[in-house]
Write a protein that binds this ligand. Structure first.
Ligand code: GLU
Length: 382
Protein backbone atom coordinates (compact mmCIF):
# COMPACT_ATOMS: atom_id res chain seq x y z
CA UNK A 1 0.00 0.00 0.00
CA UNK A 2 1.35 3.37 -0.95
CA UNK A 3 0.98 6.02 1.78
CA UNK A 4 0.84 9.04 -0.50
CA UNK A 5 -1.87 7.38 -2.58
CA UNK A 6 -3.74 6.41 0.52
CA UNK A 7 -3.71 9.95 1.81
CA UNK A 8 -4.88 11.45 -1.49
CA UNK A 9 -7.44 8.78 -2.33
CA UNK A 10 -8.51 7.66 1.12
CA UNK A 11 -11.61 9.81 1.36
CA UNK A 12 -12.81 9.68 -2.25
CA UNK A 13 -16.60 9.64 -2.35
CA UNK A 14 -17.37 10.88 -5.85
CA UNK A 15 -15.41 9.63 -8.86
CA UNK A 16 -15.58 10.48 -12.54
CA UNK A 17 -14.40 7.56 -14.65
CA UNK A 18 -13.52 8.34 -18.25
CA UNK A 19 -13.46 5.33 -20.53
CA UNK A 20 -11.69 5.79 -23.86
CA UNK A 21 -12.66 4.28 -27.22
CA UNK A 22 -9.41 2.33 -27.32
CA UNK A 23 -10.43 0.54 -24.11
CA UNK A 24 -13.90 -0.56 -25.10
CA UNK A 25 -13.69 -1.11 -28.82
CA UNK A 26 -11.87 -3.97 -30.42
CA UNK A 27 -11.88 -5.26 -33.97
CA UNK A 28 -15.31 -6.76 -33.37
CA UNK A 29 -16.88 -3.48 -32.33
CA UNK A 30 -17.76 -2.81 -28.70
CA UNK A 31 -15.88 -5.14 -26.39
CA UNK A 32 -18.64 -6.33 -24.08
CA UNK A 33 -16.25 -8.28 -21.84
CA UNK A 34 -14.27 -5.18 -20.94
CA UNK A 35 -17.46 -3.21 -20.32
CA UNK A 36 -18.81 -6.04 -18.12
CA UNK A 37 -15.54 -6.01 -16.18
CA UNK A 38 -15.52 -2.24 -15.64
CA UNK A 39 -19.22 -2.12 -14.85
CA UNK A 40 -18.72 -4.87 -12.26
CA UNK A 41 -16.06 -2.74 -10.61
CA UNK A 42 -18.20 0.40 -10.67
CA UNK A 43 -21.12 -1.53 -9.17
CA UNK A 44 -18.75 -2.65 -6.41
CA UNK A 45 -17.79 0.97 -5.69
CA UNK A 46 -21.45 2.02 -5.59
CA UNK A 47 -22.16 -0.77 -3.12
CA UNK A 48 -19.42 0.68 -0.91
CA UNK A 49 -21.16 4.08 -0.92
CA UNK A 50 -19.20 5.82 -3.68
CA UNK A 51 -20.91 7.95 -6.32
CA UNK A 52 -19.68 7.37 -9.85
CA UNK A 53 -20.14 9.31 -13.08
CA UNK A 54 -18.99 7.72 -16.32
CA UNK A 55 -17.78 9.66 -19.34
CA UNK A 56 -17.53 7.21 -22.21
CA UNK A 57 -16.33 7.35 -25.78
CA UNK A 58 -17.02 4.67 -28.33
CA UNK A 59 -20.12 5.94 -30.15
CA UNK A 60 -18.37 6.72 -33.41
CA UNK A 61 -16.25 3.55 -33.34
CA UNK A 62 -19.35 1.45 -32.63
CA UNK A 63 -21.43 3.08 -35.40
CA UNK A 64 -18.61 2.66 -37.86
CA UNK A 65 -18.31 -1.01 -37.01
CA UNK A 66 -22.09 -1.46 -37.34
CA UNK A 67 -21.95 -0.10 -40.87
CA UNK A 68 -19.05 -2.39 -41.74
CA UNK A 69 -16.77 0.54 -42.53
CA UNK A 70 -13.13 -0.36 -42.09
CA UNK A 71 -11.40 2.77 -43.39
CA UNK A 72 -11.16 5.97 -41.30
CA UNK A 73 -14.20 8.24 -41.45
CA UNK A 74 -13.21 11.43 -43.18
CA UNK A 75 -15.99 13.96 -43.09
CA UNK A 76 -17.75 15.45 -40.09
CA UNK A 77 -21.22 14.27 -41.30
CA UNK A 78 -19.87 10.71 -41.56
CA UNK A 79 -18.57 10.85 -37.99
CA UNK A 80 -21.81 12.40 -36.78
CA UNK A 81 -23.88 9.77 -38.56
CA UNK A 82 -21.69 7.01 -37.07
CA UNK A 83 -22.18 8.53 -33.61
CA UNK A 84 -25.96 8.56 -34.14
CA UNK A 85 -25.85 4.83 -34.89
CA UNK A 86 -23.31 3.94 -32.22
CA UNK A 87 -24.51 5.98 -29.23
CA UNK A 88 -27.69 3.92 -28.73
CA UNK A 89 -25.75 0.68 -29.07
CA UNK A 90 -23.16 1.87 -26.59
CA UNK A 91 -25.83 2.80 -24.05
CA UNK A 92 -27.57 -0.53 -24.46
CA UNK A 93 -24.39 -2.39 -23.59
CA UNK A 94 -23.85 -0.27 -20.46
CA UNK A 95 -27.49 -0.43 -19.48
CA UNK A 96 -27.61 -4.24 -19.76
CA UNK A 97 -24.33 -4.65 -17.92
CA UNK A 98 -25.39 -2.38 -15.02
CA UNK A 99 -28.85 -3.97 -15.03
CA UNK A 100 -27.29 -7.28 -14.02
CA UNK A 101 -26.09 -5.53 -10.84
CA UNK A 102 -29.49 -3.91 -10.24
CA UNK A 103 -28.12 -0.46 -11.11
CA UNK A 104 -29.86 1.98 -13.47
CA UNK A 105 -28.14 4.34 -15.86
CA UNK A 106 -29.07 7.74 -17.35
CA UNK A 107 -27.71 9.03 -20.65
CA UNK A 108 -26.45 12.62 -20.73
CA UNK A 109 -25.14 14.05 -24.01
CA UNK A 110 -23.38 17.40 -23.77
CA UNK A 111 -21.97 20.04 -26.09
CA UNK A 112 -19.64 22.87 -25.14
CA UNK A 113 -22.42 25.44 -25.42
CA UNK A 114 -24.30 23.64 -22.63
CA UNK A 115 -21.49 24.57 -20.29
CA UNK A 116 -20.36 28.02 -21.43
CA UNK A 117 -23.72 29.44 -20.40
CA UNK A 118 -23.63 29.61 -16.61
CA UNK A 119 -27.38 28.90 -16.28
CA UNK A 120 -27.18 25.79 -18.42
CA UNK A 121 -24.03 24.75 -16.57
CA UNK A 122 -25.94 24.89 -13.28
CA UNK A 123 -28.85 22.96 -14.85
CA UNK A 124 -26.49 20.22 -15.99
CA UNK A 125 -25.04 20.10 -12.49
CA UNK A 126 -28.51 19.78 -10.94
CA UNK A 127 -29.48 16.97 -13.29
CA UNK A 128 -26.29 15.03 -12.59
CA UNK A 129 -26.66 15.56 -8.85
CA UNK A 130 -30.25 14.29 -8.95
CA UNK A 131 -29.25 11.18 -10.89
CA UNK A 132 -26.54 10.47 -8.32
CA UNK A 133 -28.93 11.05 -5.42
CA UNK A 134 -31.23 8.50 -6.99
CA UNK A 135 -28.37 6.02 -7.16
CA UNK A 136 -28.43 6.16 -10.97
CA UNK A 137 -25.13 6.26 -12.89
CA UNK A 138 -24.91 9.19 -15.31
CA UNK A 139 -23.27 8.00 -18.53
CA UNK A 140 -22.00 11.01 -20.41
CA UNK A 141 -20.70 11.47 -23.93
CA UNK A 142 -20.32 14.43 -26.22
CA UNK A 143 -23.45 15.04 -28.30
CA UNK A 144 -21.46 14.22 -31.42
CA UNK A 145 -24.39 14.23 -33.83
CA UNK A 146 -25.04 17.95 -33.35
CA UNK A 147 -21.66 19.26 -32.21
CA UNK A 148 -19.77 21.26 -34.83
CA UNK A 149 -16.26 22.64 -34.47
CA UNK A 150 -17.19 25.78 -32.54
CA UNK A 151 -19.21 23.91 -29.96
CA UNK A 152 -17.15 20.76 -29.66
CA UNK A 153 -15.12 19.77 -26.61
CA UNK A 154 -12.84 18.13 -29.14
CA UNK A 155 -12.14 15.03 -27.14
CA UNK A 156 -13.62 13.26 -24.19
CA UNK A 157 -10.54 14.01 -22.08
CA UNK A 158 -11.54 17.66 -21.83
CA UNK A 159 -15.21 16.76 -21.49
CA UNK A 160 -14.35 14.50 -18.52
CA UNK A 161 -12.26 17.30 -16.95
CA UNK A 162 -15.24 19.63 -17.15
CA UNK A 163 -17.57 17.01 -15.77
CA UNK A 164 -15.22 16.53 -12.79
CA UNK A 165 -15.57 20.25 -12.18
CA UNK A 166 -19.36 20.25 -12.62
CA UNK A 167 -19.97 17.47 -10.13
CA UNK A 168 -17.11 18.55 -7.84
CA UNK A 169 -15.61 15.08 -7.96
CA UNK A 170 -12.89 13.93 -5.53
CA UNK A 171 -11.11 12.00 -8.27
CA UNK A 172 -11.02 11.63 -12.05
CA UNK A 173 -9.74 8.34 -13.42
CA UNK A 174 -8.93 8.40 -17.12
CA UNK A 175 -8.93 4.84 -18.42
CA UNK A 176 -7.01 4.38 -21.61
CA UNK A 177 -5.11 1.71 -23.54
CA UNK A 178 -1.70 2.35 -21.93
CA UNK A 179 -0.58 1.84 -18.33
CA UNK A 180 -0.15 5.56 -17.71
CA UNK A 181 2.15 8.43 -18.64
CA UNK A 182 5.69 7.40 -19.55
CA UNK A 183 8.78 9.61 -19.39
CA UNK A 184 9.11 9.14 -23.17
CA UNK A 185 7.06 7.51 -25.90
CA UNK A 186 6.99 3.76 -25.05
CA UNK A 187 6.21 2.88 -28.65
CA UNK A 188 9.52 4.39 -29.69
CA UNK A 189 11.86 3.68 -26.79
CA UNK A 190 12.43 0.53 -24.77
CA UNK A 191 13.87 2.70 -22.01
CA UNK A 192 10.54 4.39 -21.41
CA UNK A 193 9.52 4.26 -17.75
CA UNK A 194 6.08 4.85 -16.32
CA UNK A 195 5.72 7.91 -14.07
CA UNK A 196 3.69 6.86 -11.07
CA UNK A 197 3.50 10.31 -9.52
CA UNK A 198 3.34 13.79 -11.06
CA UNK A 199 3.42 16.52 -8.44
CA UNK A 200 3.47 19.38 -10.90
CA UNK A 201 2.80 19.51 -14.62
CA UNK A 202 6.07 20.99 -15.81
CA UNK A 203 7.08 21.55 -19.43
CA UNK A 204 9.03 18.26 -19.27
CA UNK A 205 5.90 16.39 -18.26
CA UNK A 206 3.92 18.01 -21.05
CA UNK A 207 6.70 17.13 -23.50
CA UNK A 208 6.64 13.48 -22.40
CA UNK A 209 3.05 13.28 -23.61
CA UNK A 210 3.09 12.87 -27.37
CA UNK A 211 0.28 13.74 -29.71
CA UNK A 212 -0.07 10.30 -31.20
CA UNK A 213 -3.48 8.73 -30.87
CA UNK A 214 -4.73 5.21 -31.30
CA UNK A 215 -6.87 4.30 -34.32
CA UNK A 216 -10.09 4.81 -32.46
CA UNK A 217 -9.78 7.59 -29.87
CA UNK A 218 -9.29 11.26 -30.66
CA UNK A 219 -7.35 12.38 -27.63
CA UNK A 220 -3.87 10.87 -27.39
CA UNK A 221 -1.63 11.37 -24.35
CA UNK A 222 -1.23 15.09 -24.97
CA UNK A 223 -4.90 15.81 -24.43
CA UNK A 224 -4.87 13.57 -21.34
CA UNK A 225 -2.12 15.67 -19.80
CA UNK A 226 -3.83 18.91 -20.85
CA UNK A 227 -6.91 17.62 -19.05
CA UNK A 228 -4.70 16.93 -16.03
CA UNK A 229 -3.90 20.64 -15.84
CA UNK A 230 -7.56 21.54 -15.68
CA UNK A 231 -8.48 18.88 -13.20
CA UNK A 232 -5.63 19.47 -10.77
CA UNK A 233 -6.21 23.25 -10.96
CA UNK A 234 -9.61 22.58 -9.46
CA UNK A 235 -8.04 20.66 -6.60
CA UNK A 236 -8.99 17.22 -7.91
CA UNK A 237 -6.49 14.35 -8.12
CA UNK A 238 -6.27 12.75 -11.56
CA UNK A 239 -5.12 9.29 -12.59
CA UNK A 240 -4.31 7.94 -16.05
CA UNK A 241 -4.39 4.13 -16.05
CA UNK A 242 -5.08 1.17 -18.28
CA UNK A 243 -8.75 0.26 -18.61
CA UNK A 244 -7.77 -3.24 -19.62
CA UNK A 245 -6.05 -4.01 -16.34
CA UNK A 246 -8.04 -6.30 -14.09
CA UNK A 247 -9.51 -4.63 -10.97
CA UNK A 248 -8.07 -1.30 -12.05
CA UNK A 249 -10.63 0.91 -10.26
CA UNK A 250 -10.78 -1.12 -7.09
CA UNK A 251 -6.99 -1.20 -6.93
CA UNK A 252 -6.71 2.55 -7.47
CA UNK A 253 -9.17 3.31 -4.69
CA UNK A 254 -7.33 0.95 -2.38
CA UNK A 255 -4.19 3.01 -2.91
CA UNK A 256 -2.28 0.60 -5.14
CA UNK A 257 0.38 2.15 -7.33
CA UNK A 258 -1.51 1.80 -10.60
CA UNK A 259 -1.08 4.25 -13.49
CA UNK A 260 0.04 7.87 -13.12
CA UNK A 261 -1.33 9.98 -10.28
CA UNK A 262 -1.33 13.76 -10.80
CA UNK A 263 -1.56 15.53 -7.47
CA UNK A 264 -4.12 18.34 -7.09
CA UNK A 265 -2.72 21.82 -7.14
CA UNK A 266 -2.50 23.33 -3.65
CA UNK A 267 -3.81 26.74 -4.69
CA UNK A 268 -6.90 25.64 -6.52
CA UNK A 269 -9.61 27.77 -8.02
CA UNK A 270 -13.19 27.78 -6.81
CA UNK A 271 -15.87 26.46 -9.15
CA UNK A 272 -16.88 29.80 -10.63
CA UNK A 273 -13.31 30.96 -11.27
CA UNK A 274 -12.50 27.56 -12.72
CA UNK A 275 -15.45 27.94 -15.06
CA UNK A 276 -14.16 31.35 -16.15
CA UNK A 277 -10.61 30.06 -16.63
CA UNK A 278 -11.26 26.80 -18.39
CA UNK A 279 -14.79 26.63 -19.77
CA UNK A 280 -15.34 30.01 -21.36
CA UNK A 281 -13.74 31.02 -24.63
CA UNK A 282 -12.08 34.40 -24.57
CA UNK A 283 -13.60 37.16 -26.73
CA UNK A 284 -10.75 39.66 -26.52
CA UNK A 285 -7.55 40.78 -24.88
CA UNK A 286 -6.53 43.55 -22.50
CA UNK A 287 -2.87 44.54 -22.32
CA UNK A 288 -1.90 45.75 -18.83
CA UNK A 289 0.87 47.97 -17.52
CA UNK A 290 3.29 46.80 -14.83
CA UNK A 291 1.32 48.45 -12.01
CA UNK A 292 -1.85 46.55 -12.89
CA UNK A 293 0.15 43.33 -13.34
CA UNK A 294 1.47 43.68 -9.81
CA UNK A 295 -1.99 44.54 -8.45
CA UNK A 296 -3.44 41.40 -10.02
CA UNK A 297 -0.67 38.89 -9.37
CA UNK A 298 0.66 40.05 -6.02
CA UNK A 299 -1.97 42.17 -4.30
CA UNK A 300 -5.20 40.31 -5.06
CA UNK A 301 -6.79 43.44 -6.54
CA UNK A 302 -9.36 44.08 -9.29
CA UNK A 303 -8.43 45.56 -12.68
CA UNK A 304 -9.03 49.31 -12.95
CA UNK A 305 -9.16 51.33 -16.21
CA UNK A 306 -5.90 53.08 -15.35
CA UNK A 307 -3.91 49.84 -15.75
CA UNK A 308 -5.10 49.02 -19.27
CA UNK A 309 -2.80 50.11 -22.10
CA UNK A 310 -4.35 48.36 -25.09
CA UNK A 311 -7.52 46.51 -26.09
CA UNK A 312 -7.94 43.82 -28.75
CA UNK A 313 -11.19 42.30 -29.99
CA UNK A 314 -14.80 43.34 -30.00
CA UNK A 315 -16.32 42.04 -26.78
CA UNK A 316 -19.47 43.12 -24.97
CA UNK A 317 -20.27 43.66 -21.28
CA UNK A 318 -19.91 40.39 -19.34
CA UNK A 319 -17.77 38.66 -21.96
CA UNK A 320 -14.66 36.69 -21.00
CA UNK A 321 -11.35 38.30 -21.97
CA UNK A 322 -7.74 37.49 -21.24
CA UNK A 323 -5.31 39.93 -19.63
CA UNK A 324 -1.67 39.93 -20.73
CA UNK A 325 1.35 42.05 -19.86
CA UNK A 326 3.21 44.11 -22.45
CA UNK A 327 5.39 41.10 -23.30
CA UNK A 328 2.33 38.99 -24.10
CA UNK A 329 2.45 36.82 -20.97
CA UNK A 330 -0.94 35.60 -19.87
CA UNK A 331 -1.85 37.04 -16.47
CA UNK A 332 -5.55 36.41 -15.94
CA UNK A 333 -8.92 35.77 -17.50
CA UNK A 334 -12.10 37.46 -16.38
CA UNK A 335 -15.51 38.84 -17.22
CA UNK A 336 -15.42 42.50 -18.28
CA UNK A 337 -17.74 45.17 -16.94
CA UNK A 338 -17.46 47.36 -20.05
CA UNK A 339 -17.59 46.70 -23.80
CA UNK A 340 -14.41 46.83 -25.89
CA UNK A 341 -15.54 50.15 -27.32
CA UNK A 342 -15.93 51.66 -23.86
CA UNK A 343 -12.70 50.19 -22.44
CA UNK A 344 -10.88 51.87 -25.36
CA UNK A 345 -12.34 55.19 -24.20
CA UNK A 346 -11.49 54.83 -20.51
CA UNK A 347 -8.18 52.94 -20.61
CA UNK A 348 -5.37 54.74 -18.83
CA UNK A 349 -7.83 56.96 -16.98
CA UNK A 350 -8.61 57.25 -13.29
CA UNK A 351 -11.83 55.58 -12.13
CA UNK A 352 -13.23 59.01 -11.21
CA UNK A 353 -13.20 59.94 -14.92
CA UNK A 354 -15.43 57.04 -16.09
CA UNK A 355 -18.69 58.92 -15.57
CA UNK A 356 -17.43 62.00 -17.37
CA UNK A 357 -16.11 60.11 -20.40
CA UNK A 358 -18.83 57.50 -20.84
CA UNK A 359 -21.80 59.36 -19.39
CA UNK A 360 -22.42 56.42 -17.00
CA UNK A 361 -20.50 54.45 -14.40
CA UNK A 362 -22.02 51.09 -13.52
CA UNK A 363 -18.72 49.80 -12.10
CA UNK A 364 -15.39 51.11 -10.81
CA UNK A 365 -13.44 48.13 -12.13
CA UNK A 366 -12.91 46.90 -15.67
CA UNK A 367 -12.81 43.36 -14.21
CA UNK A 368 -13.80 42.70 -10.61
CA UNK A 369 -11.58 40.33 -8.67
CA UNK A 370 -14.52 37.98 -8.03
CA UNK A 371 -14.92 37.50 -11.77
CA UNK A 372 -11.26 36.91 -12.46
CA UNK A 373 -9.06 33.80 -12.50
CA UNK A 374 -5.43 34.79 -12.14
CA UNK A 375 -2.68 32.62 -13.62
CA UNK A 376 -0.55 31.10 -10.93
CA UNK A 377 2.43 30.76 -13.20
CA UNK A 378 2.28 33.42 -15.92
CA UNK A 379 2.73 31.82 -19.37
CA UNK A 380 3.66 33.35 -22.73
CA UNK A 381 0.72 33.53 -25.15
CA UNK A 382 2.80 34.00 -28.27
N1 GLU B 1 -17.35 11.23 -28.48
C1 GLU B 1 -16.61 10.31 -29.31
C2 GLU B 1 -17.32 8.96 -29.36
O1 GLU B 1 -18.08 8.62 -28.50
C3 GLU B 1 -15.22 10.04 -28.83
C4 GLU B 1 -14.35 11.23 -28.54
C5 GLU B 1 -12.96 10.79 -28.01
O2 GLU B 1 -12.48 9.72 -28.41
O3 GLU B 1 -12.38 11.49 -27.20
O4 GLU B 1 -17.10 8.19 -30.26
Amino acid sequence: MNNMRKEVLGSVKRVVVKIGSAVITGKDGIDRDIIEQLVGEVAGLIAKGCQVVIVTSGAIASGKHRMGITTPLKSMPQKQAAAAIGQGRLMRVYSNAFGRHGVYVGQVLLTMSDLTDRKRFINVRNTLTTLMEWGVIPIINENDTVAVDEIKFGDNDSLAAMVANIVEANLLVNLTSTEGLYDRNPAKSKKAKILHLVEEITDDIQAAATDETSDVGTGGMRSKVLAARRVTAFGIPYIIASGKRKDVLTGILEGEEIGTLFLPSSEHLNSRKYWIAFTLRSRGKLVLDDGAKKALLEQGKSLLPSGVVDVEGDFGVGDPVICVDQQGTLLAKGLVNFSAQDVRKIMGLKTSKIQQVLGYKDYDEVIHRDNMAVSKEPRRTR
